[in-house]
Ligand binder design. Structure first.
Ligand code: FAD
Ligand code: DLZ
Ligand code: SF4
Length: 527
């Protein structure tokens, strides 16, 4: 008989492991283990979501006739298992000691993280004394090998061109070889600030099962030192934990959020004015489910395309959403597998500031940062622009060490896995990969935040000035960043205008701005 190990982010009925194995003869192993639960200090809700979704999935497999050996966290700890390979070794030993039906092979689907895949490829077979077979994760639209072929010989890797390949491959929003609407990308229509033209979507809450409640209790007790609050998980206003609930979330998104998704994709709004709905706006909140397998990327895209074909949503909304998934999501995964393990150590801008304490306690006078941290700790969520243009932008402008900020993003979001978090943080936010993922850094002053949100109206800092004691820190830090990295970026055609703007200022103003920035950097914990 064979043992099939299913990981916490492989909770899909279509998983290759389940296609390869035979429910009549083989056994599925699933386990909650310290090594996976603590390789960073995961947000409590991330652990609760995963453990509960794993338990629900295991029960579904059993109902479908599979034999499942499931080790919950306390069992793993009491049996002395730290890692998944410990669990497998013990299961093999136990099965073989029965004297019948010995384990002949371990079966897995390629896992999401280099750390674990490397151990599987290089050590597990020796450790277990058995062949270990790894099958491709075909829930993704492309494979790492396809990406490598596409990337080969290209001077620059641009998501847009890869995305077009994925549109052709999937046929989504295509008519023969042409994109519907005659355009591949409607991004320029997607930059609106939110002025309450349409109401924010209604909330969706989930009924909490006994399993959810047991897991919530476990997490509060065993992971009390991890960041984040559990309230929104416990009251059912944050995460789905079953396939059925995740499908409910998908339907809710298509009906209430997708019609306005594209238009307000880059908008941000304070929660004091509009309640919890402001934390998520028209975003889908589907990433944790797509990443752990409760939803599949293709079914989510097909649902969006179907809504367009039914006339329920405009083309730019469906296209904008589908691009995030078959474009960005696949693209960052391709980058990850193509450039790991070197990628994780890159530090192209040579940043070495320790992660400021505010990333853990969230207390600051900068209203935009405060809002993003509040959302993060309350819900294990922040939408893309909050991650990229607020907390990410601050880390970039202040020169935080890329590995430290990457670990933070990997810990605090319910959707965070190394393969997707790392290229987004190290590449997109920190520009630490020398421009592999983006041709220029997404650095911005407070003006961007003022344009895309209402944050600055509720802030004690003045977003209209850069050099004064109460000037928005982003403003002076932005110019300081550009000066620090003049050599790298001055010749970049997309950035040279910014340098010319700075150079046109009078010397006194320039000096005052740089001095304000230095003051902010010196007193970073008091901002
Ligand atoms: P929506 O705005 O509704 O987008 C729809 C879907 O598109 C998402 O569910 C997601 O599956 C996909 N998507 C959108 N943008 C990206 C992207 N840049 N890369 C990959 N997929 C994308 N996403 C993760 O899934 N896990 C992470 O660990 C993660 N870390 C990030 C770290 C930083 C610093 C930044 C800037 C972005 C990160 N992202 C990550 C991408 C993006 O912010 C999240 O996918 C998104 O905010 C999830 O919320 P949503 O489901 O409401 O997304
Ligand atoms: C994220 C996570 C956590 C918190 N816990 C577990 C776990 O106990 N058992 C498990 O199988 N998977 C867990 N995961 C997801 C894994 O970390 C993920 O499968 C690997 O990092 C590979 O992507
Ligand atoms: Fe953020 Fe600056 Fe606006 Fe305050 S003024 S909310 S710090 S961008």
């Amino acid at each position: 008989m064979r043992l099939g190990l299913i990981l916490g982010d492989q909770l899909s009925d279509s998983l290759a492991t389940l296609r390869v194995l035979d429910a009549g003869n083989d056994v599925i192993v699933m386990a909650e283990v310290p090594e996976e639960a603590t390789y960073v200090r995961h947000h409590k809700q991330k652990i609760a979501l995963l453990f509960s979704a794993m338990r629900h999935f295991a029960a579904r497999l059993q109902d479908a006739g599979w034999q499942v050996r499931y080790y919950d966290y306390r069992q793993s700890v009491s049996l002395g298992f730290r890692s998944l390979v410990d669990v497998l070794a013990a299961t093999v030993k136990e099965q073989n000691s029965t004297g019948q039906n010995k384990v002949s092979e371990i079966v897995l689907t390629r896992c999401g993280e280099y750390r674990l895949q490397h151990a599987i490829d290089h050590h597990w077979s020796d450790q277990l004394g058995l062949p270990v077979s790894v099958y491709e994760d075909d829930r993704f639209i492309s494979t790492p090998e396809e990406f490598a072929q596409w990337a080969e010989g290209r001077k620059q890797l641009r998501m847009e061109y890869f995305y077009r390949e994925m549109r052709r491959k999937t046929g989504l929003l295509m008519e023969a070889e042409q994109p519907l609407g005659g355009q591949w990308n409607f991004d320029h229509d997607n930059r609106a600030a939110y002025k309450r033209e349409v109401p924010l979507p209604p909330p969706l809450t989930f009924t909490r099962s006994n399993t959810d409640q047991a897991v919530a209790q476990l997490v509060e007790q065993e992971f009390s030192g991890h960041p984040g609050a559990m309230d929104s998980f416990i009251n059912g206003s944050s995460w789905a934990t079953t396939r059925q609930q995740a499908l409910q979330a998908l339907i809710h998104f298509i009906e209430h959020r997708l019609p306005h998704f594209g238009r307000y994709q880059d908008a941000m709004i304070s929660s004091a004015a509009l309640g919890n709905a402001a934390d998520t706006m028209f975003h889908s909140l589907l990433s944790p489910y797509i990443n752990c397998g409760l939803l599949e990327p293709m079914e989510v895209c097909e649902a969006a395309a179907h809504a367009f074909h039914q006339g329920q949503v405009p083309l730019e909304a469906a296209e904008g959403f589908i691009r995030q998934i078959i474009g960005w999501r696949e693209f960052v995964r391709g980058i990850y597998w193509n450039y790991m393990p070197q990628y994780a150590g890159l530090n192209g801008l040579q940043n070495n500031r320790s992660l400021p304490a505010v990333y853990w306690h969230g207390k600051t006078n900068m209203h935009c940062m405060k809002e993003c941290f509040r959302n993060t700790f309350a819900n294990a969520y922040a939408h893309h622009i909050q991650r990229l243009m607020v907390t990410g932008n601050f880390a970039l402008l202040t020169g935080v060490n890329p590995q430290e900020i990457c670990d933070w993003y990997l810990a605090v979001y319910a959707d965070a896995y190394d393969w997707v978090e790392l290229p987004n943080t190290l590449g997109m936010v920190m520009h630490a990969d020398g421009g592999l993922l983006g041709s220029k850094p997404y650095c911005a002053s407070g003006k961007y935040i003022a344009r895309q949100s209402d944050y600055c109206r509720h802030c004690s800092y003045d977003v209209n000035t850069a050099e004064k004691d109460n000037s928005c820190p982003f403003n002076s830090l932005y110019w300081h960043f550009l000066q620090r990295h003049r050599q790298q970026f001055e010749k970049n055609p997309r950035m040279s205008m910014m340098y010319r703007s700075f150079d046109r200022m009078n010397e006194e103003k320039k000096a005052a701005i740089i001095s304000r920035a230095e003051n902010c950097l010196k007193n970073i914990d008091d901002l």
